[in-house]
Design a protein around this ligand. Structure first.
Ligand code: FES
Ligand code: FES
Length: 162
């Protein structure tokens, strides 16, 4: 039997009827066509499916959609909602060459967002720890770490200008 749930995704409210076994990842990708969130391992090991739920990073492949009824979800599509201006984290990934195949990128960027919201000026060790649940098979991580350092500076400058 389907359950009625409400999800607030990137500021938009969605009312859906979902089977109790559907994961948040399946609902995002298959029902709402928000395919920026990737599905890699499906077992909580790679971090490609990372999204924020009420501000906390979670693996959407291990989260049932019914568990997040009424909660606020941020996906990579929410980083640049207008589609015109990139979020500083995305800009920094581009400028630092931190993207190769790009499969890990949405999850990396959401983990970076979670880190920088809670620790705006992280050390390299803190960045590496924050990314420990996100695997990248292409970049060797160095450029991703550099991108997050650069995003932290960009976000601090943006705040100063306000
Ligand atoms: S797809 Fe969710 S952790 Fe790999
Ligand atoms: S850029 Fe290919 S997996 Fe990270």
């Amino acid at each position: 039997m389907k359950h009625e749930i409400t999800l607030i995704i990137n500021g938009d409210t969605y009312r859906l009827a979902v089977e109790p076994w559907k994961t948040l990842n399946e609902v995002l990708r298959e029902e709402l066509n928000l395919t920026g969130t990737k599905l890699g391992c499906g077992t909580g090991d790679c971090g490609a499916c990372t999204v924020l739920v009420d501000g906390k990073s979670v693996t959407s492949c291990l989260t049932l959609a019914v568990e997040v009824d009424g909660k606020e979800i941020t996906t990579v599509e929410g980083l640049a909602p207008s589609g015109e201006e990139l979020h500083p984290i995305q800009q920094a990934f581009v400028e630092n060459g931190a993207i190769q195949c790009g499969f890990c990128t949405p999850g990396m960027e959401l983990s970076a967002l979670y880190l920088l919201k809670n620790n705006p000026n992280p050390s390299e060790r803190e960045i590496r720890e924050a990314l420990s649940g996100n695997l990248c098979r292409c970049t060797g991580y160095y450029k991703i770490v550099e991108a997050i350092k650069s995003a932290s500076r960009m976000m601090a400058n943006k705040k100063k200008r306000r």
